[in-house]
Design a protein around this ligand. Sequence first.
Ligand SMILES: Nc1ncnc2c1ncn2[C@@H]1O[C@H](COP(=O)(O)OP(=O)(O)OP(=O)(O)O)[C@@H](O)[C@H]1O
Length: 253
Amino acid sequence: MRTWPTVASIAIEHLTKRYPSGTTALDDANLDIADGEFVAIVGPSGCGKSTLLRILAGLDTATEGHAAVEGAAPAASALPSATVFQEASLFPWMRVGENVAFAFDSLGVPRADIQRRVADVLALVGLGDYARAWPHELSGGMKQRAAVARAFVTDPPVLFMDEPFGALDEQTRVGLANELMRLWERSPKTVVFVTHGIEEAVTLADRVVVMSARPGTIKAVIPVPFPRPRDAVAIRAEPGFGELVVRIWDLLR
Ligand SMILES: Nc1ncnc2c1ncn2[C@@H]1O[C@H](COP(=O)(O)OP(=O)(O)OP(=O)(O)O)[C@@H](O)[C@H]1O
């Protein structure tokens, strides 16, 4: 089995992305993300958040500048990261457990270990009884739980999340935010989390990166001072929570 470090840092330097259509989606973005840090990215629609995440995840290339995951696997083709998108993108022809186990494809992990880890992670996201269910038998929130389980099951040092809870109702979102924080506390990793939810960003992140309208640049990086472990509901009553949310809203105006 391949082994990789438990966490990795990310360096983004002068990153610019121009699509062939002529759209400049990112313009000279610079950011350092520390080992094990949870960073949320917010910004107006179309400011290049997904573009940035796709470049970090190795799914697209930059026009200028570069982004590097440091302390991770040597080959760019073997980036030890997992990505969760707004759509859970489970394979409809595989049961939930098989979808989660698929993350181990070609990693050479013994079958018994895979079964144990899949069962553990499904239990952690509240899907312990659904390993043999088909994706179409799950609600939207349950599908997203399965997608989060698939991202965590191999314990990669880096996790990229692109509006993973964006399509869900508020109550499910808050529940999943808590589950994500518990998973992250159990197995630390560097997380880059794109969201439209300012409160969600402040709840989850160590720092919130605020991007400007297109072409996207990094307008501000706001540290979130609240202690951990956090609770996605109780944190709203923390002194300073509302002020921080308003400050970020003001930056987005
Ligand atoms: N494959 C592509 N080809 C051409 N232009 C693209 C492509 N993908 C994105 N864009 C453009 O790049 C800009 C940034 O898009 P991106 O999806 O990164 O923004 P975003 O901040 O994630 O938006 P949203 O919050 O609405 O999801 C937009 O103007 C978009 O039209």
